[in-house]
Structures are given as C-alpha cells and as structure tokens.
Write a protein that binds this ligand. Sequence first.
Ligand code: EPZ
Length: 441
Amino acid sequence: MVTGAEDRFVMAMERCTRENPALTATRRLLIRGRVRRDGRVRISGAKNSAVALLPACLLVDGECVLQNVPAIADVLVQREILSAVGAEVIADDGEVRVRAAGRLQTEVPYTLAKRLRGSVLLLGALAARHGHARVPLPGGCAIGSRPLDLHLKGLRELGARVEIEHGYIQAEAGRLLGTEIYLDFPSVGATENVMMAATAARGITVIYNAAKEPEVVDLANFLNAMGGKVVGAGTDTIKIEGGHPLRPVEYSIIPDRIEAGTYLLAGLAGGGSVTVENVIPTHLEALLAKLEEAGVELADAGDAITARLAGRPRPLQVKTLPYPGFPTDLQPQLTAFLLRAEGTSVVSERIFEDRFGHVGELKRLGARVETDGRTAIIEGVESLTGAPVTATDLRMGAALMVAGAAARGETVIDGVEHIERGYERFDEKLRQLGVAVEWLE
Ligand code: EPZ
C-alpha cells in the first residue's frame, strides 16, 4: 500500500536535486587525468553505518539525533522509508533527527525499498518495535544474487514466523526469545538485522560467526548508547541481552572507510600525493598494507592519512574477504589503480559472485584485464587513455573515477547517479584531491 510515499519521495528527490545540482543524473562527469597535484579531502560519515543506524532509530519511542550523516542518495531513500512508515525525519546539514512516536506502519513501500538493498534492515527494526514487519524483497543488483537466507534464518531462530509471499518478507515476531544463532557466512546485513531484533527478545541472544565490519560495531555502540546490552561487536561472537528499555540518544556516525580508500586510490592514480582527513586508520589496515606492498609511501597522523607514490605501482595479489580482510567494496577501485602497475596483478573476488562489471569499461581506457569467474588478471600498462564510459553500479562508478584520474586525456563518465548513491559532493572532493573534473550538461 503506497500511502503517498512515492509522491513524497519524488518531491524529496526534486527538492534534493534543486538543493544539490550535482545530484542531477542527466549530467556527465569529465575527468582530465594525470594532472599531477597534491590534494587533501575530508571524509564524510559512513554510508553503510547510516543505512543501518537510521532504521535502528525506530527501536525507541522518541527522537534520536544522528550526526555526521552523509548527504547521499542511499541515505535519502532510507530517510524516505522511515517517513513512509510514520516516523518524522528532519535532515539538516549532516544531522538527521528521527522521531518515531506511537504506532508506526509496519509495511515498507515497494517503490522505495526497490531502490535500496539496505531497506531489508527495516525487518529487524520493525519486528522489534511492533512484533510485525512486511518488507519487500530488495531484489538482486549488479553484483550478484544477494540472497537473504541468513536474515530469515536468524529471525526464525529468534521465534519469528517468517513467510515470503507476493515479493514481500512477512515476519510475525510477537514473542521473540533469545537463542544461539550461527551464521553460515559473516553477513553484515544479517548480523545487523538479528542484533536489532534481539534487543526485543527475552533473554540472551548469541550470534556466532558474526560480521566484524566497523559498521556493525557502530550499530552496537548506538544500541548500547540507547541503553541496550550488546557485547562482542567487532569479534565473531556477539551477545545481545534483550528486554532492556531503550531511550532516544544523539550519536555521531563513524567516517566512511570505503570513501576514504576510494579517494586515496584516486589521488594516487592521478599522480599526486593525497591526504584524507577525518578517518579511522585502523579501519583501512587491509588497504594500507596493500598500498605499501605496491610501493606507496604512507604516513598517518591521528585522523589523517597521507599517501604518495613515485612512478607506477608494483603489481599485487589481492583477495577480498570479510573484515578485517580486504574489503570487496574497494575491489573495483583497487583493480583500476593496478591497471598501470609494473607487472601482472591477480585480484580474486571472494564475497560477491559477479563483481567485475567494471572490467569491460576499464578496457575502453586501454586496460589489459582478463576475468575468469571470480578472478581478474591485470597486465599492467605504462599508460591509459581517456574515453567515454558508463557506470552501472556504485563501486564501478568509483572505479571509473580512479581510472579516469590515471588516464591521459579526457574520460567522460555517464551513469553518475550510481556514484551519487554513495559519494557526497564527489566532484568537489575530486577537485580538492587535485583531479581536474568538470560537468558536461
Ligand atoms: C553489506 O551488504 C554492504 N552494504 C555492502 O556494501 C558490502 O559489500 C557487504 O556488506 C559486504 O561487506 C551495506 O552495509 C548497506 P553481506 P550486505 O550480507 O549486508 C552472502 C556498497 O557498495 N549472503 O555481508 O548485503 C552474500 O550473497 C555495498 O556499499 C548470503 O549468502 O552483504 C554475499 O556473498 C555493496 N545470505 C555475502 O554473504 C544472506 O542472507 C556478503 O553479503 C546474506 C548474505
């Protein structure tokens, strides 16, 4: 039942486009690569924290305030979903107030949910608040089938009756009981959904083989700030003691490690030195270790990291793994960075079954890459040449920004609406990095 949510979303998008011209999808981004300049850029709040903490605000009756929330399309959609279920959401320059009072709708409109996989996180939040949730299956996307079996398993083991019908996940979760749940894969979303549902379960819930990503820790810290009892987040065993009354709080979201890694790679690819500010260096350990292997000089000072590379990178062998392994969300960007390596690199994508969509477009810039299932073999070339390219998913768009910075001449990126999903003011930030960019109407 779409209760005017679609209209409100369209109006919100129109307002957002008026306020943020860069969000106009009909524009294309032109990058002039190899413009050697030093740059520094401030990193925004983490998309994948914001997408989880916004639904978590529904766990309490009252007004939560989230700080350091990035102004990106995925966050806009999640805010609209909260409004659609009846919360009052007010966003102002990085601060989002979510006021969820009384009885909310427990059905998420399909027209909004289909825009964002993170809509599935409304399942745990609404089940915990009202004992009922009806959330559209978010559908697959450009990087694989993205099943939800672990989300459903977790809720069922907590005692919810979960059915899938007419494209919706229907959960009856009136009486949730704490239990021990083993996740066959350390799924970030499944861990987050179970954590939220478990706050309303009677007794103790233990999640074994839980995801250890910093965004999971951020959610645990938020729940604890509300008065929840979550211990072990960041390890593979998380224990949640349910039934504690939760109260509204103010909370600041962690910086976005994937945005930080993207701009480190883009700045290095452009040939300059690059400093990213407002980061948590330990969240980037896997990338920093690989950059050092590639010959990059690194210096970190508190919440800033500076990287510089004289000449071309050394080739690497990389495999993506759950945190703290190398993050799949930086695999396309690292692949782009290795296109000019002095030798042959091997990149193995172990998380998603179909995340080399960027390779075809990178070849248009002169890259020599062959993929075989989950492995890409990259034969480094001395130089790339700019070309028109099209992004069809978020991190592919990020990879094209990195490759455009590395290529001689002009690269024109179409499909920038995909980049807008996860990168706040990316045109300005690329300029601050020293990468020459301009908009083509
Ligand atoms: C989160 O997605 C992130 N999104 C993704 O970031 C990220 O790539 C991913 O975690 C892995 O780190 C958000 O946090 C909003 P998963 P999520 O469940 O939770 C399998 C980006 O670019 N799996 O950890 O959907 C699944 O098929 C996005 O910012 C099951 O088998 O990822 C995949 O192979 C892309 N059954 C693996 O686990 C399930 O029930 C990782 O998925 C769930 C997942």
